[in-house]
Design a protein around this ligand. Structure first.
Ligand code: FA5
Length: 339
């Protein structure tokens, strides 16, 4: 009997120290098929009836005690593991690490696109989107840019594998998408990102943004174009800003012009930014070429239109007094936090 009591004590001590793996071998050791208590029960066959009864009862009681202790320990161990896991995964909702919040803001280019858009919205323009991956048809052919035009040279255009698709080199394909799906009167802007295979400098980048503008209706003239662009520049930069329309050439407009703004960095005297000309080019524009209207099955005898393509980075440089376009893409927080 003393032996059974010491077996219980010894087992309980081991159970208290055991982990989940060890506890299974303790079970085998005491109450398994060849376990200590099972052996005691088996050895009773030669004992007297009294001894069989007394020792048998005590051995079974010991077996129950040990098995209960084992189950309790197993439960406690599982709970401990779960709590440890929850502790590790617990989120700290207290505010000690997170205040004060640093306020986010729009990138100056996004902000400029929003500002340009809201001026044109106030002038009655709606906003449309076009894809960045285009076909030759939308980027060139429908815009009256023939196969041998230098703008189609692989030097300027990023073609996708297979040469069938390309990254749009300007937002003008947006004109075609709009005219294909809408009938005149049209008054729309198409903002977006464009790509050109060219070296970057203080005023040029290989990836930049444009806002395309298009208006098509009966009796639209160059006077309407001049009026809308003058309204835009004065609304955006203020009435004291000096702009000029300079005759130019685009395959998809006739006549064509470029709009320059007096360089704000040197006040027109000439500097590195304006390449000593005193002016910085803001946008290209003109009257929509009849061939473009024909490409979208518009009646070019009935309808006329104007179009323009604004360089967003150039506008942002003017607005914020930035002398190098590359600053927009470096994502230096010291620069971005100023906006
Ligand atoms: C065009 O892209 C014509 N699609 C614009 C147009 C639309 C003309 C509709 C007529 C009718 P251009 O290549 O000149 O034109 O670019 C337009 C404007 O984008 C420029 O005036 C300039 O402000 C800006 N721009 C041009 N190249 C770059 C460049 N590499 N980096 C930053 N801005 C640029």
């Amino acid at each position: 009997m003393n032996n059974i009591e010491s077996i219980i004590k010894e087992a309980i001590l081991q159970i208290k120290e055991a982990d989940l793996k060890a506890i299974e071998s303790i079970k085998v050791k005491y109450s398994g098929k060849s376990g200590v208590l099972t052996q005691i029960l088996k050895s009773l066959s030669n004992c007297s009836v009294d001894d069989k009864k007394r020792i048998g009862q005590e051995a079974n009681k010991a077996k129950n005690i040990i098995e209960t202790e084992i189950e309790l320990r197993k439960e406690a161990l599982k709970k401990e593991i779960l709590e440890e896991k929850m502790q590790k995964e617990k989120l700290d909702y207290s505010n000690k690490f997170y205040f004060p919040f640093t306020k986010g803001s729009f990138h100056p280019i996004i902000q400029t696109i929003q500002d340009i858009s809201s001026v044109f919205k106030s002038l009655g323009f709606s906003i449309a989107q076009g894809p960045e991956i285009e076909t030759n048809w939308y980027n060139f052919e429908a815009l009256n840019i023939p196969q041998n035009h230098p703008a189609r040279d692989v030097q300027d255009t990023f073609y996708l594998v297979g040469m069938k698709e390309l990254l749009r080199t300007h937002t003008s394909p947006g004109q075609i998408h709009v005219m294909e799906t809408q009938k005149p009167p049209i008054r729309v802007i198409v903002p977006g990102k464009v790509y050109r295979n060219e070296a970057s400098d203080a005023t040029h980048s290989a990836t930049f943004h444009q806002v395309e503008g298009l208006s098509v209706d009966e009796n639209i003239t160059f006077v309407d174009l001049k009026a809308v662009l003058s309204d835009f520049t004065h609304e955006f930069f203020g009435t004291d800003v000096d702009i000029r329309f300079r005759p130019s050439y685009f395959q998809f407009t006739e006549p064509s012009a470029e709009v320059d703004m007096q360089c704000i960095f040197c006040k027109g005297k000439g500097c590195r930014i304006c390449k000593n000309s005193g002016w910085i080019e803001l946008l290209g524009c003109g009257m929509v070429h009849p061939n473009v209207l024909k490409a979208v099955n518009y009646d070019s005898e009935k309808y006329t239109g104007y179009a323009f393509g604004i360089g967003v980075e150039r506008i942002a440089m003017f607005k914020y007094g930035i002398d190098d376009i590359r600053l927009f893409y470096e994502n230096d927080l010291r620069f971005l936090k100023q906006f």
